[in-house]
Design a protein around this ligand. Sequence first.
Ligand SMILES: [Zn+2]
Ligand SMILES: [Zn+2]
Length: 266
Amino acid sequence: MEGVAIPAEQVIPLDAIAQGVRGLRIAFVNVFAVSQPDGSWTLIDAGLPFTAGHIRKWAEETLLRPPQAIVLTHGHFDHVSAARELADDWSVPIYAHPDEFPYLTGQQSYPAPNLGAGGGLMSMLSPLYPRGPIDLGARLQPLPDSGQLRELSQWDIVRTPGHTPGHASFFRAADRVLLPGDAFCTTKPESFFEAALAQAPELHGPPAYFTSDWDAARRSVRQLASLNATTVAPGHGKPLTGPEVPAALARLADEFERIAVPDNRR
Ligand SMILES: [Zn+2]
Ligand SMILES: [Zn+2]
């Protein structure tokens, strides 16, 4: 993928998701900027390889100052690839859950993808995706199991293992906004490219080709559904907001086996 440039038309701002929450879609992955009342902000996830320039430009033009931190939902290549470069530029820490550290400290690669997950182009191409190990060096800091980070005050950390061992989500109870990372998607995750063309947003499970523990993934979706979020902004797909969102999430949890788990993992 050396030198691959993502064209400008594939870089789409996601404005006004909720109070102080905006996003940027680059190709098929979203990153988010979460602002605090004092104007400081934190970057959630850090995109595909070669996207640091897009993220930096967006941040400088819309947030007007560097963030306080980069927080990772998990370490897959499509969420982490610009983290090191941006953190070095901005001199900020990168937070991730310690259970994700082996994949972020150069020790371990993620398991091979489930080629039988079925569906579209994303599954077919999955053997080509970088699985690490990547090394974020000394900037990596442990995300607590629960509670809040100083750089993300108002947001509860929700441990949501399954898609990866150290996956984390973030929930702001005051207005019930949920950033679930890859715990679930609002587009059919095996077909991001096809879905981006036409499909209306709807709830789907985590990207199946890269989900390692389906029992844990099911429990995590159940836990996220119990939060009754009315706005969800996942790593893949469009943000969804409205009074119907809690029922849609409850349905995803109830029918997780049918909707999310691939045939060869049931
Ligand atoms: Zn992922
Ligand atoms: Zn992803």
